[in-house]
Design a binder for this molecule. Structure first.
Ligand code: SF4
Ligand code: SF4
Length: 65
């Protein structure tokens, strides 16, 4: 089984745009509010089919891949 995608290592690598959340075909991503009220995506490992659409759509990942 392939790895669960790593959407961000640090919060500064995610702007909370929800593009990954919107594109996930399995609804495996939830936006979870942190202690400051900003929402970050969290992947449900059990629903994720490792299609990596979330990584492809992420504007931050486009900079690195
Ligand atoms: S890899 Fe695919 S199924 Fe898994 S969270 Fe990303 S978009 Fe959803
Ligand atoms: S697409 Fe990238 S920047 Fe946007 S919420 Fe998802 S991980 Fe964060």
């Amino acid at each position: 089984m392939k790895e669960i995608p790593l959407l961000y290592r640090e919060k500064k690598e995610c702007c909370g745009c929800t593009a990954c959340y919107a594109i996930c075909p399995k609804n495996a991503i939830k936006m979870v509010e942190d202690e400051e009220g900003f929402e970050y995506p969290k992947i449900d490992e059990n629903n994720c089919i490792r299609c990596y659409k979330c990584l492809k759509v992420c504007p931050f990942k486009q900079l690195n891949i």
